[in-house]
Design a protein. Sequence first.
Length: 684
Amino acid sequence: MASYSGEQQVKTVINTDDIKEIVAILNNKFNENYSLVSFDEQNQFEFLELLNKIFTHLDSRWTIDVKVDNQETIIYKITEYLRILNYPGQFDDKWSQSVLIADKKVVYPIFYYLLTRYPELEKRAYLAKYLVPVFVPDEFQMDNDIKTCVDQIKDLQAQFQVHHQSLEQVQSQSMNPEELKKDITQFEQEREQLLNKISNFKSKVLTKPNFNELLDVTNMLRKEQEEEARLQDKLRQQRMQLDQTDQMLLQAQQRLIDAQKSLAPDNSPEQMLMALRNEVKRNREISKDRLGFDLKERRKKLEQIERLLAEPPITLNELNNLENTLMALRRAVNQMEDKLKREAKPEDDKLTIYKQQAQLVAKKKERAVEDIKKVEEEQQLIEKEVFKKEDQIAKERGPNYKTKGEFKEYANQLKDKKFQYQKLKDELKALQAERATLERTEQILRKQKNELLKQQQELEKTHGIVGYSKKKEGLEKLSEENQQINLQKGQTLEEISKIVNEIQAQIQLKRPLIQEQLAEIKTVRQQYSDLEQDHKKKKQEFDRIMLGVESDQSSLVNEVKKLRDEVYALDRKIRLNKFNSEILEIKIQRLNDEVEYGKGGKQLSSQFKSNAEMLQQRILKLEENIKNLKQQRELVKENYEPSLRQMNYFSDLKKILNVKFQQLSNEQGQKQQMKAGANRLVIG
């Protein structure tokens, strides 16, 4: 099976069918003559040459020679171009090494991505010529001329995007001239048909007595429609104003946040990066969760309302029929469920349990895959934002900020230091082993020393001079310590005199510098007090402006709320007028049809000429049914009492027959007992 990863859902595992597709595209589009075997048997240089050929077809400016250029240049160019083509690879050292050695697990997904998405990537490569940001070294970023050039390039790129989008819209909206001619001829035919219908309608309607009333109703309808269009335009303008005020508020808040951040000079790059990441995360949550959810819900409501408005109104009979069909379907479903429960076997029950568990597991797996995809998409978006923010930080921080190439050099230095560390660690292990041997030799020597001391003490005992060696060692130690103390005293006195002289010389040298710094401190304090006063004034002005903005915002919110209420009320009114107008149109259509039926121009159906005739026929049928029911009621009244008496007679007769039947059955039982019994004497 093929697994997918990343934003583009690129295959990371390529099967035989995918390789067939790669070979077919190469043979058709690039005039190659590969088979599955020959394609699979290529070496690393042939794979790189093929990749180079694909890149050359995508972009004519692509220049690389696999045989001449070194490996670092090749992998750097391939990586950067794949990033431009939005290939979601890892782009780490392991991946780069796999590309250089043409590892099929890495190279085949690249071929599949490039060839299956060739038209899309061709367009992306064309746009990359003009939209890829220009790299400016750090030492030139502070130059004003270069800054202006970079800004001009960005403006030109924005203009190019606008023109390209407009060109795509024109190309998508442009039609074939022959199709336009057909549409024009069709519209002219429809226009002639409409003119004929209008003339016929005028000739028919002008003779009607109620034409003036109908004309007044249509005029009112037209005015309502114009009013509705005017209100829609007003609503659109008010919504645009609301969006503009929201944007102004967001811009003011953003300027406030930027000002607060700029007032903190002790911010480190890590803190700025963390703040930018939090801001990106917050903006993503707002745009994805809140705005996306509200937009989706409002679109759903709008679609539901449009569908309801497009559908014809449901009558009461249709509603009753639908309810009856729903009840019948529910009864049928219940009957089928009962039948399945009765016919189910215990083995089938076990299988259903396992099936349900398997379905639950499959659903959980799908949800997990979707969650992983979402997380990977978010991760890639965050990485893109991080790259953008790092570029911004590099521009703001100046030449001291490390670029990507400098980070690579820094990584190489770390590798060298790691190698040196490992080497020193090995030397330390060797020294530790040597130390262990030396400690062992020291222990042996101490043991020998103790043995020699014991022999010396025995000799002192034999000669009668016990303790002579210890006293001699003590005197030698005292003399050595006395010499060291005298040397230290002389050294300390010389050092103290030197230190005093150095301190005095430094004081004499730094005295004018200290005086200059004190004068600078006084000026800086004065500047600080001035800046503090200026800051207080600007802060008061800022607070005043913020109060005004907040009051304007609250007034705008209240005004928007009122306008929304008015719009909702007008929408309800428009909808009611629309329904009433539709009802009037239906009634007018029925009246017109009835007039046509009366004139004989039309006929309602094969049985009835008009609605009046149909209703008259129904009235006659209902009157006949009423007469029949009245006659049946009279017959029931006449036969009610005799029939009731007859029912009573039958019930009494039934009771008598039951009593007789019980009596006969009792008599037959007694006779059988008399026949079967023997002559016995019973003494009680």
